[in-house]
Design a protein around this ligand. Structure first.
Ligand code: GCV
Length: 673
């Protein structure tokens, strides 16, 4: 018999092992519940008890007397406990002696759906509205599935419709429909809320005014609240966008945000409802949009009723890939504040780009506002959290399996903002992707879970780099998918990228120092000085706070111009790294999910180059400097990008060709700048 050398034998053995590994079939429609046992099975495996001594939504999982127990403060707490056990089992953390006691950090953990009554979804990238407003019946099975998914991560509220609301939301037909949805969501511990339109009394019932101090207007809202509560006794309350982006509000009648919010609060108060009043306000005349929320809301601190909560976007402008935290979080002292994150990726590649936002949200939540001295993190300043949902009618809810990670991360952080982005990413990967048959857990962890986790963790910074690095922001055009630093879209200067990047032959960036818009002074010390001072301003926010010459030297010793080019290149190369890794992961993931991700990563890499070509190419017309030799050269001349737009479908979804390149077409008409 011929003797094979050891290495050959080992090779044959390894090949045999890997050929017996068969990826599990899955299509992403089970989301993060894929790897767990069904809820009913987990519930049946434990002894349960309601213990009023526990916090209302809290639970305690423990082993005693040879059995596993879940005690909880309420039915909702019990549900969270069962899902926590399901998760622990899927993660291999539910061994004998398990003892886990939890309660949510925030009482309000709410999804905001920007869904319209015609079934479109503003900034929705996963199909039409999952509430199916125009259908004869509500989609009960789908709503139940949504309820399970939300409950499994602790989400306990849902605002069903767009903040750019339609007055019809408050007519009898829609209240009845909302009541049916609320009846289902209640079973999952979810309260139902709606966004209202300020002028509803005028549109629906012909009132002459929307003045919050007008007794007729006040009576109208009181009657409307009574009508809603008659149909939905546990209705949560109203979310309001007023005097913002063309929406009317109390200021149209010479009244303040507090006057408006308090009128609604008074109508809801007898029923236990709340008002979530958004601080997303800015006027075209403001010299710095980033200043405006503090300018408008700080003078009103302490004037809001106790059932009003001011809902503030994480950054001072608008959900950009990187912003500093909104200074309002460090300024209001006598007003309840609520965080507004955006789960849907309006500025981070829609449902095409892999961008895990757990890292971005942690950056914000962990930021120190110094309001009450060191340790006053944003997470501690807010008492509630909202997230603009990324759900739609797509079978997988979010249009991309990797977009599900953001819904998951939002829920987990709203439950416990102290969790790390790493932990959440790890949990999500393990629960979402099924281990192939014939593969040990150890091998799966090493060969699949770890590299996918690493992709998630690097992904947001990659987007920042290829879209808007070093503190640049608002460089997008049209549908907010692609770059348009040249865009001078009328009618508002604060909707134009040039308002933000201020590139000229001398340099680039928005001067928000004391000698500029003085935005730095809206931050508490030592932050104001940290941002003001070029020596201490974090490099990743440099051009947010400073206008700097092209040859300004960064810490690396390279010029600003070179670093800008380098960051764009780094973003693209990071995505190329994701693509390479994904190729290697093919044996371990279902063909359906592998194909979907492979195509989207190709699109992401191509889009990244488009962002780079547009921005570096455009800024080069001011800097007059060459692109450094150690980065990939530009692919498309700038003058063939300017005045051309991305082809989108009727829902605003970007179109790409077979190779995953964005289809960029000439504008049909010239728009006067
Ligand atoms: C719902 C941005 C978005 C709008 C959104 C608005 C808001 O401007 O582009 O689609 O409107 O923010 O948060 O109100």
């Amino acid at each position: 018999m011929r003797a094979f050398p050891f290495a050959v034998l080992a090779g044959i053995f390894l090949a045999a092992c890997s050929s017996s590994v068969r990826p599990a079939e899955q299509d992403g429609t089970d989301l993060w519940l894929a790897a767990g046992k069904p809820y009913g099975e987990v519930l049946a495996s434990v002894q349960t008890a309601i213990d009023p001594a526990l916090p209302a939504e809290g639970f305690h999982i423990y082993d005693a007397g040879g059995a596993r127990h879940i005690d909880a403060g309420s039915e909702a707490g019990l549900r969270y406990g069962v899902y926590a056990l399901q998760r622990a089992e899927a993660l291999g953390q539910a061994g004998p002696g398990m003892d886990l006691q939890e309660k949510p950090f925030y009482d309000l953990r709410i999804l905001n759906h920007w869904d319209n009554l015609d079934d479109t979804v503003e900034r929705g990238y996963a199909g039409l509205s999952m509430w199916e407003w125009t259908a004869a019946e509500i989609p009960e099975a789908r709503i139940r599935r949504y309820g399970e998914l939300c409950a499994s991560i602790g989400i306990n509220g849902s605002v069903l419709n767009n903040v750019n609301s339609n007055p019809l939301m408050l007519d009898a037909e829609h209240i009845a429909r909302v009541a049916k949805i609320a009846d289902i969501l209640r079973e999952y511990g979810i309260k139902t809320y709606i966004s209202i339109k300020w002028t509803s009394p005028i549109s629906l019932d012909g009132l002459k005014s929307g003045d919050p101090l007008d007794p007729k207007v006040r009576a109208w809202w009181k009657d409307k609240a009574d009508e809603i509560y008659a149909a939905i006794p546990d209705f949560g309350g109203f979310l309001v966008k007023a005097n913002s982006e063309g929406q009317a509000g109390p200021q149209d009648y010479g009244r303040t945000h507090a006057d408006g919010a308090n009128m609604l609060a008074e109508a809801l108060k007898p029923h236990g409802g709340i008002v979530m009043w958004r601080a997303f306000v800015y006027a075209p005349t403001s010299p710095d949009r980033a200043n405006q929320a503090v300018e408008e809301f700080l003078p009103l601190d302490g004037q809001f009723a106790d059932n009003v909560i001011v809902q503030i976007k994480n950054g001072p402008v608008d959900f950009q890939p990187r912003e500093p935290f909104s200074p309002l979080f460090g300024k209001l002292r006598n007003t309840k504040m609520m965080m507004e994150f955006q789960i849907t990726q309006e500025y981070l590649g829609f449902s095409n780009h892999l961008a895990y936002l757990g890292t971005m949200w942690k950056e914000c939540l962990d930021s120190d506002t110094y309001r009450d001295g060191p340790g006053s993190s944003v997470a501690k300043m807010v008492t509630a959290v909202a997230g603009v949902a990324n759900t739609g009618q797509d079978a997988n809810f979010t249009g991309y399996v990797f977009a599900q990670a953001n819904w998951y991360a939002f829920g987990r952080l709203a439950w416990n903002p102290e969790l790390s982005a790493e932990e959440i990413a790890d949990e999500w990967v393990r629960q979402t992707f099924l281990k192939p048959e014939g593969m040990s857990q150890k091998a799966f962890d090493k060969k699949f879970v770890a590299p996918v986790h690493d992709i998630l963790m690097a992904s947001r910074e990659a987007v920042v780099n290829y879209e808007m690095p070093l503190g640049l922001h608002h460089l997008f055009g049209g549908t907010h998918y692609g770059p348009a630093p040249w865009d001078r879209m009328p009618p508002r200067p604060d909707w134009q990228p040039a308002y933000y990047h201020k590139a000229d032959s001398a340099g680039i960036g928005f001067d928000r120092t004391k000698s500029g818009s003085d935005n730095v002074d809206q931050y508490n010390e030592p932050l104001a000085s940290t941002y003001e001072n070029l020596e201490t301003c974090p490099e990743n926010l440099l051009l947010w706070f400073h206008h700097l010459p092209w040859d300004y030297k960064l810490a690396s010793g390279r010029t600003l111009w070179d670093e800008i080019c380098l960051h764009y290149d780094r973003g693209i190369q990071t995505v190329e790294g994701f693509r390479k890794t994904w190729q290697e992961l093919k044996p371990y993931v279902s063909p359906a999910l592998w194909e979907e991700t492979d195509r989207k990563l190709t699109i992401q890499a191509n889009d990244g180059r488009w962002w780079r070509d547009a921005n570096v190419g455009y800024f080069q017309t001011f800097s007059g400097r060459p692109v450094p030799e150690d980065v990939e050269p530009l692919r498309t001349p700038i003058d063939s990008l300017i005045f051309r737009v991305l082809l989108s479908d009727r829902l605003g979804m970007p179109q790409h060709d077979e190779e995953g390149n964005p289809i960029i077409v000439s504008m049909r008409r010239f728009r006067r700048p």
